[in-house]
Ligand binder design. Structure first.
Ligand code: SF4
Ligand code: MG
Length: 266
């Protein structure tokens, strides 16, 4: 084993023995160094640890994309399904065994493009699935094409003259489809993700987590860490998460405000 490999193996062993990252499987994430997905992974790990959820009662379901690999990296049950189908498969898992905590994970291409027709139905049915949408506004796994959440004018190798299509607003979609819990979060703030996830996991019904994240490899101009850090800020302190109209107004505002926008009182 080369020195760097040995150092890495020792670090992994130390982390495993410390139990600070208990959700992690023996398979190390294959994401690029600096990818925002690591922060999301940390946030989810902490939520599961703090809630004391037994790993054999957790299922992580993904579609295709860089986020699609997520189930390999967690010490839980997992299903890596086909493109865009994490939500219907999650619904099936939850119906088959309601005792399970079911997470659906996927990117903006997978969830808003290929699988965009599934979000309204899981939301209006209020299926008790926790959906983490990793939104970096680009197709990362296929090496950088505009996605349904890319802004107009966004230049990639596949759109050298700038993206021509208007972006979808995932938070607004989830709210208008009737999602009973909606949070908007930032991969650079794992603690914020943890706190929202804890509340969303406790919530009985569909919970949608819109996670702003960065694709450091293929996006050098839009959702870079530098930009995201400037844009994000907490929801106004007067925000009432039980007020759907307020939540919709907040989601219309292009301000990247973070927190729990909406929680329907049952
Ligand atoms: Fe993350 Fe982009 Fe690398 Fe995919 S290609 S792992 S989204 S940085
Ligand atoms: Mg993406």
């Amino acid at each position: 084993m080369k020195t760097s490999g040995r150092v890495l193996a020792e670090q992994v062993k130390r982390i495993a023995e410390s139990k600070v990252f208990s959700i992690r499987s023996p398979n190390l994430p294959t994401w690029c160094p600096g990818c925002g997905y690591f922060g999301i992974h940390q946030g989810l790990n902490n939520a599961i640890q703090r809630l004391g959820l037994p790993h054999h009662k957790i299922v992580v379901v993904s579609g295709i994309g860089c986020a699609g690999r997520y189930p390999f990296f967690t010490d839980t049950y997992g299903l890596h399904t086909v493109h865009g189908r994490a939500l219907p498969v999650s619904t099936g898992v939850k119906l088959a065994n309601p005792e399970l905590t079911v997470f659906a994970v996927g990117g903006d291409g997978d969830g808003l493009g290929i699988g965009g027709g599934h979000l309204p139905h899981i939301a209006r049915r209020n299926v008790d699935v926790k959906y983490l949408l990793f939104d970096n506004s680009i197709y990362g796994l296929t090496k950088g094409q505009p996605s349904p959440s890319s802004p107009i004018g966004f230049k990639t190798k596949a759109s050298p003259q700038g993206n021509k299509d208007a972006p979808l607003n995932a938070t607004l979609l989830a709210l208008s489809y009737g999602a009973s819990f909606v949070a908007r979060l930032f991969a650079g703030d794992p603690e914020g993700i943890t706190n929202a996830l804890i509340q969303g996991i406790r919530h009985k019904g569909f919970a949608f987590f819109h996670l702003y994240t960065s694709c450091v490899t293929f996006d050098k101009e839009y959702k870079t860490w530098e930009h995201l850090k400037q844009w994000v800020h907490p929801l106004p302190s007067k925000h009432d998460p039980t007020n759907l109209k307020q939540a919709i107004n907040e989601s219309l505002d292009d301000s990247f405000s973070l927190g729990i926008l909406y929680k329907r009182m049952e």
